[in-house]
Design a protein. Structure first.
Length: 260
């Protein structure tokens, strides 16, 4: 019952009339604030439960500020949980929130919790898939720097949408490095991808943000050429032939990369 009451009070705090009143602007309530809450609730209840109706004689159409203060300050005795009057108070609060009674509130809250759990599970599986794709792309990109003479870049097809501009950018910066006579220094080069965050999920477009650190070093005829960058990147995913792939990405340092 304590958990149900917590959910009920959280829902009351999120109610539009409560949130848009002075109660939504302060964190610690005093006696007069519970009186304000009581008035807000009673105004709604008086519209929903007319006087001299069966519902009015069964429930009444008001909740006192003292009762509300006891609820919010967890001052309700366990013995009250079996008291019919207490249950009627909870029914009225549920009615204020737009439910028919306490049982309806519990049922709908449980349904929402189940839906939330399902969405979280779905997003967790999606996040795993997105991470695997980005990790594979970074691995392929890192490997492609080992031999700048290879022009095919067929490995990128595993994770990139066909004809994406991403592959052209990869080709340009590899060609620029090759013109410099750069030789990849694997022992002193590494990268790290972390802080994955799904920005949006639409039917045909998923956006993922990552934070990446690239520490790449090349040996050139003029000396060591280092590329050390840490920045956020945005990846755009689409489905191609039923398979999720990277359509493009936003790298804030791309101008520096392809202009090597």
């Amino acid at each position: 019952m304590d958990e149900v009451i917590e959910d009920l009070l959280t829902a009351i705090n999120s109610h539009e009339k409560v949130k848009n009143s002075i109660l939504g602007k302060i964190s610690e309530w005093k006696n007069n604030h519970y009186e304000i809450l009581s008035q807000i609730i009673n105004d709604v209840l008086s519209d929903k439960i007319e006087q001299n109706t069966d519902a009015f004689f069964t429930l009444g159409n008001s909740v006192s500020s003292i009762t509300l203060k006891r609820l919010y300050n967890k001052q309700v005795k366990p013995s009250a949980y079996t008291d019919l009057r207490f249950h009627k108070t909870l029914d009225k609060l549920c009615l204020f929130l737009g439910y028919t009674d306490l049982n309806n509130f519990i049922s709908e809250t449980k349904k929402k919790d189940n839906q939330k759990t399902t969405r979280q599970a779905d997003n967790s599986e999606l996040m795993k898939q997105l991470k695997e794709i980005v990790e594979e792309l970074c691995r392929i990109e890192f490997t492609a720097l080992r031999d700048l003479r290879d022009k095919e870049l067929v490995e990128f097809d595993k994770v990139l949408i066909k004809n994406t501009s991403y592959i052209e950018r990869a080709r340009v910066y590899r060609e620029n490095l090759n013109k410099m006579g750069a030789i990849f220094m694997e022992d002193s080069s590494n990268y790290e991808v972390f802080n994955y965050k799904i920005i949006s999920i639409e039917e045909d477009n998923i956006v993922l943000e990552t934070e990446e650190f690239w520490n790449i070093n090349f040996k050139t005829p003029k000396g060591i050429f280092p590329y050390h960058k840490r920045a956020n990147q945005i990846y755009y995913f689409k489905y191609q032939e039923g398979k999720l792939k990277i359509w493009d990405n936003y790298n804030p340092d791309i101008g520096e990369v392809i202009g090597m």
